[in-house]
Every structure is written in structure tokens, then in C-alpha cells.
Design a protein around this ligand. Structure first.
Ligand SMILES: Nc1ncnc2c1ncn2[C@@H]1O[C@H](COP(=O)(O)OP(=O)(O)O)[C@@H](O)[C@H]1O
Ligand SMILES: [Mg+2]
Length: 338
């Protein structure tokens, strides 16, 4: 694995006296301390993270925790007060204006919370717009746009105007527009947050299934922990501009780093998050009624226990790696309940 997006010690202070604020942060002052004493707003506090090729990396935190500030550093819409940002191995803070424009067009695409569609252009022209700016020929860009409109399930809507579409459909257009750019990196800032819960859940499923084929590097911002757990390969939790934990969803749920993270974890459906591999016994001998894969969740296993007392756990090659009983699943869920 190689790091596609790499932030090192990024600090962002909003205000005209950043040096004092930076010094205070280094001495351990909190965002609130800095604001009270200097009037400077801490956007980010020494954020370091590394997003690997092909993963969906979710940055999660309450409103005002610095999520948008962080994602805007990746395309350099915001310059850091201190720290380094590398994308595809390159120091993007060193790019001149021309190189920066090229970088934004070729290396990353963004999906916005409020869709950001051009209201008087058709779906087709919205999706083709970025390609037009990039200088693609007309036939080529329209064909490419049609392809992605179909891929996000909007075939037949090419001629519609954005205001004729539902919120979910509009965001499909936003997604198609970003995917049409063929960049390896996708930045999504609360892309599904404006959608109704059911539509939202459908979009999450769809993003995951698209990602299986596309294998992009996705930085996804969310204030919703359930969403983060559902789509994230890894999750970084932000609080007051600082990262408090970076882990796989299951590890965050089982071992929250502090009370702030624990508060998010409390209401999550643990059965969906805990994997069989985490709680199985290494028993390769005892007879079992049925097989289940090690990557399955407790939720997947539960209905099988209606008919079987124990399940053989298998790896991706179908080889037995353990055994799981209903009692063991229930014990794990009870341990992490409430
Ligand atoms: N342009 C700005 N000027 C001053 N303060 C800002 C600016 N942008 C963001 N902030 C502050 O930085 C912090 C992080 O904001 P933001 O990144 O928008 O949070 P989030 O996206 O997690 O809701 C907040 O305290 C916010 O008020
Ligand atoms: Mg935001």
C-alpha cells in the first residue's frame, strides 16, 4: 500500500495572529483556550493522516470540528498555517498557480453536500461540464458523460434539468460528474448529508459497490457515525480540529479512544460492526452445522443460529479457520451493549 494523501502536522488558524495561536497549541492549549485568550479560531490542530490507495477513508466529527477545513487542504482551497500536504507523492503546497490548476483538474474530483449543479444546464451538460473545462472534444465528452450517467442509474434523465430531479437523483448527477473526471482521488464533503435517510442509505450502498470496481482513493467527510462505520475502511475522528483516533470501524467501536469517541459509538448497531473473525474460537475440529466466512458480521450470523448450534468459520479460500457459537456471539454483543 502507498499513501495517496499524506497530511503532516497540519495546523490552520483563522485570524490575524496565527503565530501566538500555534505556539499555544504546541504548549498544549485547547481550541477553547486559544480562542478565549487570542480570539484566533483553531481550524485544525496538528493533523497528520495518511490515506492509502484504494481505501474509503472517512473523517468524522461534530459540526465545527474541522472536517471541511481538512478536506479543503487536500485540493489547496485552504493553505495551512503550518504543516505539509502531499498528494500522489508530491508536495502540493509548492505548486505554482498553473501546476495547481492542472493538479485540481487531473488528480482529484469533488462531490459537494449541496450538489453544486449548474441549474440551467441539463444533466448531460452538468456531467460533461468538467470535461469541457478540461478541453475534451464535444463528442468524446458527451459519450463519456452518458456512460457515467448510466453507471449511477440515471439513464433516461440526460435531458432533465436539475430542479426536475429529487435530491438523491441530483446527488447521483454530482457523483457522475466527479467520476467522469477519471481521477484516482475522490473528495466527498458530507456528500450524502442532505439526503433523506432511506435515499442516503441507498447511496451509501451504491458508493460501496461502485468502489469495488473503481478502486479509487476516497476521502469522505461525514458527521454521521453510522455512515462512517458503514462505508469507511478506516475512520479518523476529529474533535476541535485535532484527530483523536484513526482506526478500522470495528476497532473504533470496540476500543474508542476517549469519551468523545465513545459517545458516537454508544448508539451504533454493534452486531453489524463486529466481525466473526474477531470473536471466533480457533477450533478446527468440532463438528459444525454450517459455514460462515470470517469477514461476516454478527448480524449476518444471527439468523443461521436459528437452525444451527455452531458454525464453521472459513477464510476466502473456503478453508476452515475457526468455529463460532450463538453463545459466543451473544456474549460479545452483551459485552459491548449500552
Ligand atoms: N473562513 C473561516 N474563518 C474563520 N473561522 C472559520 C472559517 N472556516 C472555518 N472556520 C472555523 O473553523 C472550525 C472548523 O470549521 P469546519 O472545518 O467548517 O468544520 P466542520 O466542517 O467539521 O463542520 C470552526 O470553528 C469554524 O467556525
Ligand atoms: Mg463541514
Amino acid at each position: 500500500m502507498s499513501a495517496v494523501i499524506e497530511a503532516k502536522n497540519i495546523t490552520k488558524i483563522f485570524g490575524d495572529e496565527p503565530e501566538t495561536a500555534v505556539r499555544m497549541l504546541e504548549q498544549g492549549a485547547s481550541k477553547t483556550d486559544v480562542q478565549a485568550e487570542t480570539g484566533q479560531v483553531v481550524g485544525l490542530n496538528r493533523v497528520s493522516l495518511s490515506v492509502e490507495q484504494g481505501e474509503i477513508f472517512v473523517v468524522m466529527g461534530l459540526s465545527g470540528s474541522g472536517k471541511s477545513t481538512l478536506i479543503r487542504h487536500v485540493n489547496r482551497l485552504i493553505e495551512p498555517t503550518a504543516g505539509e500536504m502531499r498528494v500522489n507523492g508530491r508536495d502540493i503546497l509548492g505548486l505554482d498557480e498553473m501546476a495547481l490548476r492542472q493538479f485540481r483538474r487531473k488528480e482529484l474530483a469533488m462531490v459537494f453536500q449541496n450538489f453544486g449543479l449548474l441549474p440551467h444546464r441539463s444533466v448531460l451538460d452538468n456531467v460533461a461540464y468538467g470535461l469541457e473545462i478540461r478541453g475534451d472534444g464535444k463528442d468524446e465528452r458527451l459519450e463519456h458523460a452518458r456512460h457515467w450517467i448510466e453507471r449511477v442509474g440515471l439513464a433516461g434523465y440526460e435531458g432533465s434539468q436539475p430542479n426536475e430531479l429529487s435530491g438523491g437523483q441530483q446527488q447521483r448527477v454530482g457523483l457522475a460528474r466527479a467520476l467522469a473526471m477519471d481521477t484516482d482521488i475522490l473528495l466527498m464533503d458530507e456528500a450524502f448529508s442532505a439526503l433523506d435517510p432511506l435515499i442516503r442509505s441507498g447511496m451509501q450502498d451504491e458508493l460501496k459497490s461502485l468502489q469495488k470496481e473503481l478502486n479509487k482513493t476516497i476521502l469522505f467527510i461525514s458527521h454521521d457515525f453510522d455512515e462512517a462505520v458503514k462505508i469507511g475502511d478506516r475512520i479518523a475522528v476529529l474533535n476541535d480540529g485535532a484527530i483523536v483516533q484513526v482506526d478500522r470501524p470495528e476497532d473504533i467501536v470496540l476500543k474508542p479512544a476517549d469519551d468523545y469517541v465513545a459517545a458516537f459509538v454508544r448508539d451504533v448497531n454493534k452486531a453489524r460492526v463486529i466481525h466473526i473473525s474477531t470473536i471466533m474460537e480457533r477450533d478446527l475440529e468440532s463438528p459444525c452445522g454450517f459455514d460462515i466466512t470470517a469477514t461476516a458480521s454478527c448480524e449476518d450470523a444471527l439468523p443461521l443460529f436459528a437452525a444451527h448450534d455452531a458454525l464453521a468459520v472459513t477464510n476466502e479460500d473456503g478453508k476452515r479457520v475457526g468455529r463460532i457459537t450463538a453463545r459466543r456471539v451473544i456474549a460479545a454483543l452483551a459485552r459491548h451493549a449500552g
